[in-house]
Design a protein around this ligand. Structure first.
Ligand SMILES: [Zn+2]
Length: 309
């Protein structure tokens, strides 16, 4: 019975998200969108349609609810209305209606579950947010040096969104950035670095070490495919999103079917200007040890390996 199944799924999402997300929602998210799905009417395979509570306005890219969209375009026939777009994948969304008495309208992806969107497509290939830049030693040393000088501010900003982000994970993602020569990106600014590191971290367990942790993942909207596109000349402000997943028991990492809620994460450079955040001494030692070793390895000339024929 599709209807019953839909309620069961919805209730499961509600129960888990109620207990897991309250603090994060209060701390950082201007708008937390709890996932609601409806079983497609009469669909025997019990596939679900995602209810998108807001979308990008067709004219000015504001994030608006269905009521606001209909206030502007409700006088037009449905086929004549300019399409709104999903804030994350930027694909077209249209208005569907629930099967309740009020025929409540909501946004849904026009392409349904086939949209190239992490909110709905559970078979979407892993998004690559990677560009290996040509090394620019001068720029790299200056940019990485500035980052290291304020590493506590950067880690603290990351922890504002992921409280259990460990200093070990922090060093691992910096090592990843080193390999990519992120610091040679000509448009990189310090204010964006914590958010880029969150995206590079891909799936992050909310409670590291737990057997079945919930997961977080951070993504820029689909218009940003690598760090140079975050600050393109003439482009709008970048949009970063936080996706929150329940534990996956059948796969190593979750997908759209496990999504609990999502929200936009405000990107703000103010974190660089406050007092130096408190970091445990053990974490400071770990970080300084990593920096010392990684700097030594960068300074050493690459070894040449000779093979006997
Ligand atoms: Zn989408």
């Amino acid at each position: 019975m599709p209807g019953l199944a839909a309620h069961a799924v919805r209730d499961t999402y509600k129960q888990k998200s109620d207990t897991k997300t309250t603090n994060a929602r209060d701390a950082c998210a201007p708008r937390m969108v709890r996932m609601r799905r409806l079983a497609a009417n009469g669909c025997s395979t019990m596939k679900e349609k995602l209810i998108l509570e807001s979308a990008l306005h067709p004219l000015d890219s504001r994030c608006v609810g269905v009521d606001e969209y209909l206030a502007d375009f409700g006088h037009l026939e449905a086929a004549e209305r300019p399409p709104a777009h999903c804030p994350i994948c930027r694909e077209e969304v249209h208005i569907s209606r629930m099967h309740d008495r009020a025929r409540t309208p909501y946004f849904s992806h026009a392409a349904g579950e086939h949209a190239a969107c992490p909110l709905v497509n559970s078979t979407l290939p892993d998004t690559k947010f990677i560009t290996i830049y040509p090394p620019d030693p001068g720029l790299e040393n200056r940019c990485r040096g500035e980052f290291i000088a304020q590493w506590k501010h950067h880690l603290s900003e990351i922890r504002r969104h992921v409280p259990h982000f460990s200093v070990i994970r922090f060093t691992q993602v910096i090592a990843h950035a080193d390999v990519l020569h992120l610091w040679s990106s000509p448009t990189l600014i310090q204010e964006d670095i914590p958010y880029i590191l969150l995206v590079l971290s891909t799936f992050i367990a909310e409670t590291p070490g737990a057997a079945h942790s919930t997961w977080l993942r951070f993504l820029f909207d689909a218009s940003i495919r690598d760090p140079t596109e975050i600050r393109r000349p003439g482009s709008n402000s970048p949009h970063l999103f936080r996706l929150h997943y329940r534990a996956s028991f059948s796969s190593m990492f979750p997908n759209a079917r496990h999504l609990l809620d999502w929200s936009e994460v405000p990107m703000n450079g103010d974190f660089l200007h406050g007092n130096t955040p408190h970091i445990l001494m053990s974490e400071v030692f770990t970080f300084e040890n990593f920096i010392q070793q990684s700097t030594q390895s960068k300074d050493q000339p690459a070894k040449t390996h000779h093979y006997l024929e």
